[in-house]
Design a protein around this ligand. Structure first.
Ligand code: ADP
Ligand code: NA
Length: 327
């Protein structure tokens, strides 16, 4: 074996927002053409670390599958599958958990934040990053695209790979982090924080299935500042700069070029230009999601096919792991 293998996962949170698209999914699409073996997993095992309604979860998984396909994930180039359908993830996670100390997990930021919010946390939430390590190592992945917020979890995966190799003999490659992008899409209502699905403000987040009218409304209401000229300076003018970044990313031009196109416009006029760029880029994606979502059998077929391919790769690795551990 050997060769370069990419693994990444995304929780089935329903339809992605613009931050997910520009911060992660666009890069996923690019990677499937650059690497010989690419796996993208809808990580439903991870999602039940928070309470989930079963019917909603099932629907969210299909929404995410349709969204990934509509954004350009090609099941011929990337193995797209549902994590829970490959039981090797859970089994490897148990084995790796036995190589991981509690203090090592206690200091990870996600645990600190999420367990504090709830005043308690489940064991599953605590060992969430171990399951992530299992996801990666199960395919002997060499490259893992993640956002900045996941870098410490990747370091854990690397530590766990080393621990396993030290104790049982060289088994796993040491996975390298591919920092997806430095592009951070900000909340339209509070441009000092990132666009996030958990933002309670209704106009703060653009979903990739938003209608043109919704997109126009949200951008029209986007918080800017008291200067009407359009410039790109994320430090001092986060609101306008967020719009410039979104415009540039959606029109696939540089931020300099975007500012040039805004010459002579005030921010109010510029918002119409940004809206146009977003609508133009998202319309075919939205239409494709709507089309795919009506054909549930097709979506399930794509995931089943992905599951078969993932299992074929996972089974021999887990067999090797079991044998090394002494089972
Ligand atoms: P959220 O923050 O809305 O809960 P997730 O944590 O599920 O989103 O993130 C899924 C992927 O999208 C990750 O790779 C993450 O880094 C990326 N991402 C999320 N929000 C943004 C954003 N506002 N800008 C850029 N990338 C983002
Ligand atoms: Na996040």
């Amino acid at each position: 074996p050997g060769g370069r293998r990419v693994f990444s996962g995304i929780q089935p949170t329903g339809v992605p927002h613009l931050g997910n698209y520009l911060g992660a999914l666009e890069n996923w699409v690019a990677l499937q053409n650059e690497y010989p073996l690419v796996l993208y997993s809808i990580v439903d095992l991870h999602s039940i670390t928070q309470p989930q309604d079963p019917a909603q979860l099932r629907s969210n998984i299909l929404d995410m599958a349709a969204s990934l396909l509509a954004c350009g994930i090609d099941p011929e180039r990337a193995i797209l599958f549902q994590q829970s359908q490959v039981s090797e993830h859970a089994e490897l996670s148990w084995i790796l958990g036995c190589l991981t100390t509690m203090p090592r997990l206690r200091h990870l930021p996600q645990w600190k934040i999420k367990s504090k919010q709830k005043n308690e946390g489940s064991v599953g939430l605590f060992t969430y990053p171990v399951l992530q390590a299992a996801d990666i190592l199960l395919y002997k992945s060499t490259h893992v695209p993640v956002g900045e917020d996941q870098v410490q979890h990747l370091e854990l995966a690397l530590d766990i790979a080393r621990s396993f190799n030290n104790r049982y003999g060289k088994t796993f490659p040491e996975p390298a982090t591919l920092l997806s992008t430095t592009r951070k899409v900000k909340s339209l209502r509070d441009p000092t924080s990132k666009m996030s699905k958990s933002d309670p403000q209704t106009l703060a987040t653009i979903s990739i299935t938003d209608s043109p009218d919704d997109i126009a409304l949200k951008i029209r209401r986007a918080v800017t500042d008291f200067t009407s000229k359009v410039t790109y300076d994320p430090e001092t003018r986060p609101g306008v700069s967020n719009l410039v970044m979104i415009h540039a990313a959606m029109a696939m031009i540089s931020t300099e070029e975007a500012v040039l196109q805004a010459r002579g416009m005030d921010t109010g006029e510029y918002k119409k230009l940004v809206t146009e760029a977003v609508v133009q880029r998202l319309t075919p994606i939205r239409e494709e999601i709507e089309r795919l979502r009506k054909d549930q059998a097709h979506l399930e077929g794509v995931l089943t096919q992905g599951t078969h391919k993932a299992r074929e790769l996972a089974a021999p690795v887990l067999r090797e792991v079991r044998q090394r551990v002494g089972f």
